[in-house]
Ligand binder design. Structure first.
Ligand SMILES: *[C@@H]1O[C@H](CO)[C@@H](O)[C@H](O)[C@H]1NC(C)=O
Ligand SMILES: *[C@@H]1O[C@H](CO)[C@@H](O)[C@H](O)[C@H]1NC(C)=O
Ligand SMILES: *[C@@H]1O[C@H](CO)[C@@H](O)[C@H](O)[C@H]1NC(C)=O
Ligand SMILES: *[C@@H]1O[C@H](CO)[C@@H](O)[C@H](O)[C@H]1NC(C)=O
Ligand SMILES: *[C@@H]1O[C@H](CO)[C@@H](O)[C@H](O)[C@H]1NC(C)=O
Ligand SMILES: [Fe+2]
Length: 445
């Protein structure tokens, strides 16, 4: 009897050990990355039954609309999206539900993409939606719409490209920042979500899958996307490789929202403006300078909406002032001239038109500098802040190539930022993957 009891105990202990080990192994970022890549590989070979391969990802689409994209592993004719609003004036009738027929695009044999536009959302405080493919609905997702006095929390990241394991670690830190019961109100991604825009496996393993495994923020926190040099196809031609990010055509004209994504080669106008709580944000495309973008920038900077906003922000992938890069590539291969228009042309405009904060990626580490907008000005509040947030996962830039004598904080590690604005204050909190604060500042007005 006693003998059996010991065997029994041993068996339980062994099982506990296996379960704990499995748990630890599967929680490990590197194992999760390998698993996710393997599952995607199996998907490509049609091993699974027809199903939703990528759950909806929602992008901000101007002040009133959202663009939602999802994917199935086989054609799902009749896919649709249902959405409705909270906080619209109640006239006693039941909630008005909208059904949108999804636009369909076949990416390849096992990737079938659907997209739909939600809106206009007016003054609603919440948007709810679920998409439907293959006769099944996804879970219900909700997007919070904050007004100018409410606290609006924006997750700021860039350059997770080619670093899914580190990105998963950063995401774990992000999850503990926002807590398990809440999500950021928006995600500002300042470029380079994947290494190669035309490698569909990169979109899965480097972007969609890490986000999904870390709580699926992409379903309910609209992404503001500033394209980087890696993650979009700068060819403005039909059928290019921007299969998940071709939403910004016609963004400024509500009537144009349903136009085809490509009209006579006019494609992907990524530059646009939007609001995040009390902040106004101009998103620029450093990869495709054009006279149209320059004219747009001048007009937007001078607009009443921008000038009267409590906080004025510009998001652009390539920072005006880069200090860390491979020195050889920087000097000998001429990479110092990439995106130079951001410093030579745009920065003078940022300073002239009272921009408070310029947020960039591209350089894979963290830097932040707060300097006088106008060097002649003695007013201590007349400042502009340049922030580089290029450390969501890609290999770090550790070598110095330039010194602009303007950055107050430099951190050579992976990190993220939470930008939190309300009616009086802009708070910037930068944390590393261990959850320690590496930099913070506020602007109060
Ligand atoms: C979807 O079904 C309709 C009606 O049966 C058909 O006309 C259309 O070609 C189908 N589309 C796809 C992508 O299969
Ligand atoms: C209430 O609002 C809905 C949606 O705007 C509209 O369709 C409906 O006719 C309105 N009902 C009344 C009684 O005004
Ligand atoms: C903003 O939203 C909050 C919470 O919904 C509300 O109490 C407040 O009155 C709103 N403020 C404005 C200016 O709409
Ligand atoms: C597109 O090109 C065709 C042929 O060149 C022209 O007739 C049409 O007006 C163009 N459409 C737009 C929207 O520019
Ligand atoms: C940041 O650095 C700039 C340039 O060196 C300097 O003028 C400024 O006073 C510094 N600001 C802070 C808060 O340290
Ligand atoms: Fe980049």
């Amino acid at each position: 009897m006693r003998y059996y009891f010991r065997r029994w105990l041993l068996l339980i202990a062994a099982q506990l050990f296996v379960v704990c080990t499995l748990y630890l192994v599967l929680e490990d970022s590197q194992i999760r990355t390998l698993l996710s890549t393997f599952v995607d590989w199996l998907e490509d070979r049609g091993v699974y039954m027809c199903h939703i391969r990528k759950l909806p990802m929602v992008f901000e689409h101007g002040p009133e609309h959202y663009y939602v994209v999802w994917e199935t592993s086989c054609p799902a004719n009749g896919s649709s999206l249902e959405w409705w609003l909270d906080g619209t004036p109640d006239n006693g009738s039941s909630i008005l539900r909208h059904f949108v027929q999804a636009q369909y695009k076949m990416i390849d044999k096992s990737r079938h993409r659907y997209s739909a536009i939600i809106g206009p959302a007016g003054h609603a405080t919440k948007v709810h939606y679920a998409s439907n493919s293959l006769g099944k609905s996804t879970p219900l997702y909700s997007i919070a719409r904050r007004n100018e006095t409410e606290l609006t929390r924006v997750l700021v990241v860039a350059d997770n490209q080619n670093g899914p394991t580190e990105f998963r670690r950063v995401l774990a830190s992000i999850q503990s920042h926002y807590g398990s019961n809440s999500i950021p109100d928006a995600i500002l991604h300042v470029g380079d979500v994947v290494r190669k825009v035309d490698k569909l496996s990169h979109w899965h393993s480097q972007f969609f899958s890490p986000l999904e495994d870390a709580g699926g923020y992409q379903h309910g926190s609209p992404i503001l996307f500033a394209p980087g040099n890696h993650d979009h196809d700068s060819e403005r031609v039909p059928g290019n490789s921007n299969v998940y990010t071709d939403m910004y055509h016609g963004i400024l004209t509500t009537d144009g929202l349903r136009d085809p994504a490509v009209t006579n080669g006019t494609y992907h106008r990524f530059y646009h403006t939007t609001s995040l709580g009390s902040a106004r944000v101009i998103v620029l495309d450093s990869e495709c300078p054009s006279t149209e973008q320059s004219e747009f920038l001048e007009l937007e900077l001078q607009s009443a909406a921008f000038q009267s906003a409590r906080f004025r922000i510009v998001a652009v992938h390539i920072p005006p002032y880069i200090e860390f890069w491979n020195p050889d590539a920087w000097n000998k291969k001429g990479e110092k001239h990439w995106g130079e228009q951001v410093r030579l042309e745009y920065d003078a405009l940022f300073r002239r038109h009272n921009v408070d904060l310029v947020i960039s990626g591209h350089q894979h580490n963290y830097q932040r500098g707060t300097v006088q907008r106008n060097p002649q000005s003695a007013d201590p509040t007349d400042t502009i802040t340049y922030a580089i947030v290029g450390g969501a996962g890609g290999d770090l830039d550790l070598e110095r190539a330039e010194n602009w004598n303007m950055y107050n904080v430099t951190y050579l590690g992976h990190h993220f930022v939470s930008l939190e604005v309300d009616g009086q204050q802009l708070r910037w909190i930068a944390k590393n993957k261990a959850g320690s604060i590496i930099d913070q500042f506020s602007i109060v007005r």
